[in-house]
Design a protein around this ligand. Structure first.
Ligand SMILES: *[C@@H]1O[C@H](CO)[C@@H](O)[C@H](O)[C@H]1NC(C)=O
Ligand SMILES: *[C@@H]1O[C@H](CO)[C@@H](O)[C@H](O)[C@H]1NC(C)=O
Length: 415
């Protein structure tokens, strides 16, 4: 996530992170879900993928330089209003530490960076606190050289996301009035604890919410997962829906898939998704044998968060009323600063192994005679989150409305 602070306008934002000894608890689930609902409004029938953690980190960086209502709006919207002053920074640092790992089992990398306009006097305290809480790398650039700056920032992002996030910004994003750009990157790679066998992957038809069918590659396995069936007690969400939690190696991270019944559009289930419900799912899924059919998928999205954040009450930082005076040495400079842009680009690829990799699409027809175990058949739109099971931090949240299509000529296997 990238936030760009400008005199006239710009800001970019992306990313988030966390680590733990006595485990910090993330408090941003409510904010994450509200943001999802905002994105849902602007996404029509499209897939969604974003990183709530990244947004929270980028906003934390802005908050460090904000005062007055600019500060209060962020605290309120993100869910820090019951905290003591500055306590959220300590929490964000603790979470970042708790989440960041570079283990063989899975990788979570969180990186923050601050690009500052050369010649402007930034407040030393602000820069120190950025390093203290966000371990931000600080670099001085000349935003009037917009092409060079865009290249520099894009290469930083590329470098911190294993080359998955490209071209986060372009030269047009900057002008001579751009003063500061805050960037954060989050990268996750995990292998399933129970991997899918590539030879069980085959073409399958996926029914979209509008009833149309497309061919996609469907992975299959029968294994031990956390599973539950839930109902919101009304018929609005289509009655009973399924929740499947699949662990990544190491068991700290998992992906939760939420699937309505076949004939129920995801759109009718989405409104019931609330933060306490995420908790309820996590606490009530039970370990058992499940038959899983899950599309191999790749989702990528660049979102402009400005509108959505404003809808959630974070308004003043984007306007002439912004008070980012704690960022600069001279009060008068700071009073002219505001956030011009808030952009996030996220990428997620789910395969047989977990993250990247593999899988020929050799097909083995499976006999589907007796169904002995609950069956989760994700052959229609579903909602997902990837979260840390200890801290509750949500690294990614989104939905698959349109799976990856396969070329029908590549694959003439027909079920
Ligand atoms: C962060 O961790 C430190 C050291 O463990 C602890 O003293 C502090 O209270 C934690 N902050 C929050 C907000 O949990
Ligand atoms: C990319 O990352 C490596 C290792 O972290 C670092 O040495 C190098 O300077 C980085 N390059 C850029 C463009 O940030």
């Amino acid at each position: 996530m990238l936030l760009l602070v400008v005199l006239p306008p710009l800001l970019l934002l992306r990313g988030c992170f966390c680590q733990a000894s006595d485990v910090p608890e993330d408090v941003t689930a409510e904010f994450s879900v509200r943001l999802y609902h905002q994105l849902q409004i602007s996404s029509g029938e499209e897939n969604i993928i974003f990183s709530p953690l990244s947004v929270a980190l980028a906003l934390g960086m802005v908050e460090l330089g904000a005062r007055g209502s600019s500060l209060q709006e962020i605290r309120q919207a993100v869910g820090y209003s019951h905290f003591r002053e500055d306590e959220e920074f300590s929490l964000l640092r603790n979470l970042s530490q708790a989440l960041s790992t570079d283990e063989e089992q899975y990788v979570v990398r969180l990186a923050n960076s601050l690009f500052l306009q050369s010649g402007v006097h930034f407040n030393e305290d602000f820069l120190q606190l950025m390093k203290k809480y966000f371990r931000a790398e600080v670099e001085t650039v000349d935003f009037s050289q917009s092409t060079a700056v865009a290249e520099r920032i894009n290469s930083w992002v590329l470098n911190h996301t294993e080359s998955k996030i490209q071209n986060l910004v372009s030269a047009e994003d900057f002008s001579s009035s751009t003063m500061i750009m805050l960037v954060n990157a989050v990268y996750f790679r995990g292998s399933w604890k129970n991997q899918f066998r590539p030879e069980n992957t085959r073409t399958f038809s996926f029914t979209r919410d509008d009833g149309s069918e497309v061919q996609t590659l469907m992975m299959y396995q029968q294994g031990d997962f956390y599973y539950g069936e839930f109902s919101d007690g009304t018929t609005e969400a289509g009655g009973v829906y399924q929740v499947l939690e699949m662990l990544y190696e190491g068991e700290d991270m998992s992906m939760m898939i939420v699937l309505p019944r076949q004939e129920v559009p995801l759109a009718s289930l989405e409104p019931i998704i609330k933060a306490p419900l995420l908790e309820e799912w996590a606490n009530n899924v039970k370990r058992q044998k499940v038959e899983v059919y899950l599309p191999r998928f790749k989702v990528e999205q660049k979102i402009d968060l400005r509108e959505s954040l404003q809808q959630l009450g974070i308004r003043s930082i984007f306007s002439k009323d912004a008070d980012l005076s704690a960022m600069t040495a001279q009060m008068t400079d700071g009073q002219d600063l505001f956030i011009g842009k808030a952009v996030q680009k996220a990428y997620l690829e789910v395969t047989e192994e977990g993250a990247e990799g593999a899988a020929g699409s050799g097909m083995i027809a499976l006999t589907r005679t007796l169904v002995l175990y609950p069956q989760v058949m994700a052959d229609h739109p579903f909602f997902f989150i990837i979260r840390n099971r200890k801290t509750g931090s949500i690294l990614f949240m989104g939905r698959v409305m349109n799976p990856e299509l396969i070329d029908p000529f590549d694959n003439n296997f027909d079920m």
